[in-house]
Structures are given as structure tokens and as C-alpha cells.
Design a protein around this ligand. Structure first.
Ligand SMILES: [Zn+2]
Length: 471
């Protein structure tokens, strides 16, 4: 008699990753404030193709009390109840060839799982072909994340090759293969970085920020500009007065001393869309020690990222800590440079044990991660500063502000006729017969400026009462 030996019916196989962008969109975004159901917004308030990482964490937290990470032993995630019912799997399951997934699933997979994203970029760099794969990985909103994944993969392949060399003591087939993959990924990473810069230039050009205005050939204007630079505090006071008289708010004419200051001013003027609340606000209020720990913790894990650090008002602080950590970690990682993961001279090393090899590789991995984060931080800073340049360029206050600055410089010239005259005399040899400046290139101009600034300082010193000389 024939008996049915097939196993009891199982639920149909679910796809490996159940987190979809439609699900995540059902909560509001803590990073950009996008409302439920709405796409995430860029700093320029434009809808993005991808969702912010903080939004998927929030979704998982709200819905399941989980975070989108692989559980860590003893960590807070491990305490969460493991939920693995059908239609729910909050921990990504490794897929051997994720690039074969249907396109929408693949798009969600690389949005929510960094390590799978890295797998896919490596496959693509090493020649896997599939219609639309390259576009998916390198479209406008994913380019930066793909550069990040390539950078991670590049370090990972390098470190795995070095570890193998140290363990085996020579090059073998596996190290050859790792090296081949490394070269392909490094090449792709370089191309992607170039593409990133090309798109930046394109964006800034389309917005009219680039090319910048040519330097003036009017000697009067140039003299006043340099005078204002020499008497900066006075110029600032006059500018504030003139800007206020033109009805501009004080933030518009506030002086900017640092790159971070530029972000603060733009935020105050409402030029960039970057709400500071929740986690980002908490991190903003941290002491340097706590902040450093946060940066280190973020750099130590790849599966999850700290969205709060990406907040525009935290970017420069994050950068400072990354730089410092790189310098501290590089010697232990046997990298002569703190700005790159220099190749390991493994032939010269005599590790005593496997444990020692692992420890060294751990330190190299940390340096690699810090460098990778530094790259991410730099792309984020570029994005913020470009967004500010574009917003300032198009702002209705800009012509008023420029007029106020011009008036302030004119007034400065009237108040210091002797200094103005001094500059004009120094510019005299650089004039054409029609009285225009003949400083053709930036170098000539810089040289003339140096001469002028020196002369201004000397005239100031000559006019000042003699100071007591210390012996
Ligand atoms: Zn968002």
C-alpha cells in the first residue's frame, strides 16, 4: 500500500527578509520628521528613494521591541524575545546570493541590511551582471551607501587576505582570490567616489552655485574687500548695522568662524531641514568622554549604525573624534599611516599564537572601520555644506545681504582713508592702461594680497604706541 511519506505541510517559504520599505514607512521618521506613509526627506526637503536608518529601528522598536541587528550575546537585544513566526523575522537571515532576489526585495534588503549590501556590491564589482543592478546600487540616493559598503568590503578583503597570509605563512590560492576581489572592489570604490564628486559638481552647477563669480578687476572694490578683511571686527559691526537697517534678521549677518558654525547659522536661518530632537538631542548634550565612547561603539559594529551621529549639528564633532581615534589606533594596528590602512608587512612578522594574530586583526579591523566612518562623515559633511550653499544662493535675502556688505565696506573705506589709499598705491603697478586690475590668476592675486596685508600690519604697528619689550 502506498503511504504518503511527505512531511506535514509547511507554511510556504517566506522570503529571507520581511522588513519592507512599505512597513517601515508606516511609522514617522525620527531623523527627518517625515510623517507616516511619507517618504524620507533630504536636507533640501526633497523626497528620497531610501529611508533613514533611524526609521527602520524605530519601526522595529515600536512594532516588536526589537532592533534590526544580529543579536549580541548578553546585549540588550539578546534579552528581547526571539520572534520567528511566519511573516516576522527581525534578524536578517544570510542569503547566499542575495543579488538574485526579485528587484523590490533586493532594494529593501540592501536598504536594511548593511552586510548584505556589502555582499551585493562585491558581487557587482567582481562582474555579476543583472539588468538594473548597477542602477540600483549607484542611483542618486544609494550612491553614498554603496561607497560605504565598498569601503567596508575593501578593508574586509584586505584584512582577510593578510590574516590568511599570517596563518599560512605564504600566498596560496585563497589569498590570490581575495587579492583579485580586493583589486576589483578598490577599483569600483574609486569610480564610485569620482561619480559622487561629479554629481556634487552637477548639482551645484544646476543650482547656479558653480561656477563661482570671477574675482573682481575693479581696483576700488578689491581694495575695499582687503581692507574689510584686515579690519574684520569693525567690518562685522558695520555689516550687522547695515543688515539690520535693511530689515534682515541678526542670524543672516552673523559671523561664521568654523565649518560647524556655518551649519549652526544655516539651521538658525532655517536653510537646512534638520530637526534636533530625540536621540540626536541626547547625543548633542553628551560630554566629550561619552561622545567618544558613542563614536567608538558605532565604529565597532557594522550591522547597525548610529543615526544620531549623522545629524548635521554633530558631524564636525564626530569628525574630530574619528580623527583622534584613528591616530590612537593606527600604531597598534601596525599601520604607519592613520589616514589609510597601510598593507601589513606580514613577512616580517612572527606572531607567537593564533590569538595574537586575531588581536592584531581586530585592531586593524577597528582602524578600517574608523576610516570607513570617516569617509561616511565626509560625504555627509559635503551633503550638508552643499545644501547650505544652494539654499543661501537661492535665498531672497541674498541680494540684500550682499548690498549690506558692500555698504559696510564703503563706509569702512570712508572711515580709514589712509589705509584705503595705502592699498590703492600698492595696486597701482597691477593696473592696465584702462585702470582695471591685471591679476590674471589666483596665484598673482594671492601674492598681491600678501603684500597688501603685510603693509597694512606694518602701518598699524607704526601708528600704535610702543609696547614694552620683554627681555
Ligand atoms: Zn527620514
Amino acid at each position: 500500500m502506498h503511504t504518503n511519506t511527505s512531511p506535514p505541510s509547511r507554511p510556504p517559504t517566506q522570503s529571507v527578509w520581511h522588513l519592507s520599505s512599505t512597513d517601515v514607512r508606516s511609522v514617522d521618521c525620527p531623523t527627518c520628521d517625515a510623517a507616516k506613509g511619507q517618504p524620507c526627506l533630504s536636507l533640501r526637503n526633497r523626497p528620497l528613494n531610501v529611508l533613514h536608518r533611524g526609521r527602520s529601528s524605530r519601526y522595529l522598536n515600536l512594532r516588536f521591541g526589537l532592533r534590526a541587528t544580529r543579536p549580541r550575546r548578553g546585549g540588550p537585544e539578546a534579552a528581547a524575545h526571539p520572534l520567528t513566526g511566519p511573516a516576522l523575522r527581525a534578524v536578517p537571515v544570510a542569503h547566499n546570493e542575495p543579488w538574485r532576489l526579485p528587484r523590490n526585495e533586493l532594494a529593501d534588503l540592501i536598504t536594511f541590511s548593511f552586510l548584505d549590501h556589502a555582499k551585493v556590491v562585491v558581487a557587482e564589482a567582481c562582474g555579476v551582471e543583472r539588468t538594473g543592478l548597477t542602477e540600483l546600487l549607484y542611483d542618486g540616493d544609494r550612491l553614498s551607501a554603496s561607497i560605504d559598503a565598498l569601503t567596508y568590503a575593501q578593508h574586509d578583503l584586505q584584512i582577510r587576505r593578510e590574516e590568511r597570509c599570517l596563518a599560512v605563512g605564504r600566498w596560496d590560492q585563497e589569498t590570490q582570490h581575495l587579492d583579485w576581489q580586493y583589486a576589483a572592489v578598490a577599483q569600483r570604490a574609486q569610480e564610485a567616489r569620482k561619480e559622487f564628486q561629479r554629481r556634487r559638481t552637477e548639482d551645484l552647477t544646476a543650482a547656479g552655485v558653480l561656477p563661482g563669480l570671477p574675482a573682481t578687476d575693479d581696483p576700488r572694490e578689491q581694495a575695499l574687500l582687503w581692507l574689510a578683511q584686515h579690519l574684520e571686527p569693525q567690518f562685522r559691526r558695520l555689516l550687522t548695522e547695515h543688515a539690520a537697517a535693511a530689515g534682515l534678521p541678526p542670524e543672516a549677518s552673523a559671523a561664521v568662524r568654523t565649518r560647524h558654525g556655518a551649519i549652526e547659522r544655516a539651521t538658525a536661518r532655517g536653510l537646512i531641514h534638520a530637526p534636533l530632537h530625540g536621540d540626536a538631542l541626547r547625543v548633542h548634550g553628551m560630554s566629550e568622554g561619552e561622545f567618544r565612547l558613542r563614536v567608538l561603539r558605532d565604529a565597532s559594529t557594522q550591522a547597525d549604525r548610529d543615526d544620531a551621529l549623522c545629524h548635521p549639528l554633530l558631524l564636525h564633532r564626530w569628525r574630530q573624534h574619528l580623527k583622534q581615534l584613528q591616530t590612537e589606533v593606527a600604531p597598534g594596528a601596525l599601520s604607519p599611516s592613520a589616514q589609510s590602512l597601510a598593507p601589513l608587512a606580514w613577512e616580517e612578522l612572527r606572531p607567537q599564537s593564533l590569538h595574537e594574530v586575531r588581536e592584531l586583526m581586530g585592531r586593524r579591523r577597528l582602524l578600517g572601520n574608523l576610516l570607513q566612518r570617516y569617509g561616511e562623515n565626509r560625504r555627509l559633511r559635503y551633503a550638508v555644506h552643499d545644501a547650505i550653499s544652494i539654499a543661501e544662493h537661492a535665498h531672497p535675502e541674498k541680494p540684500l545681504l550682499m548690498a549690506a556688505a558692500r555698504d559696510a565696506r564703503e563706509e569702512l573705506g570712508r572711515r580709514h582713508p589712509d589705509l584705503y589709499k595705502l592699498i590703492r598705491n600698492l595696486l597701482e603697478p597691477h593696473l592696465t592702461r584702462y585702470g582695471r586690475l591685471r591679476l590674471r590668476n589666483a596665484q598673482d592675486r594671492q601674492q598681491a594680497r600678501g603684500q597688501v596685508m603685510l603693509a597694512l600690519l606694518e602701518s598699524e604697528r607704526a601708528a600704535a604706541p610702543p609696547r614694552q619689550v620683554r627681555c
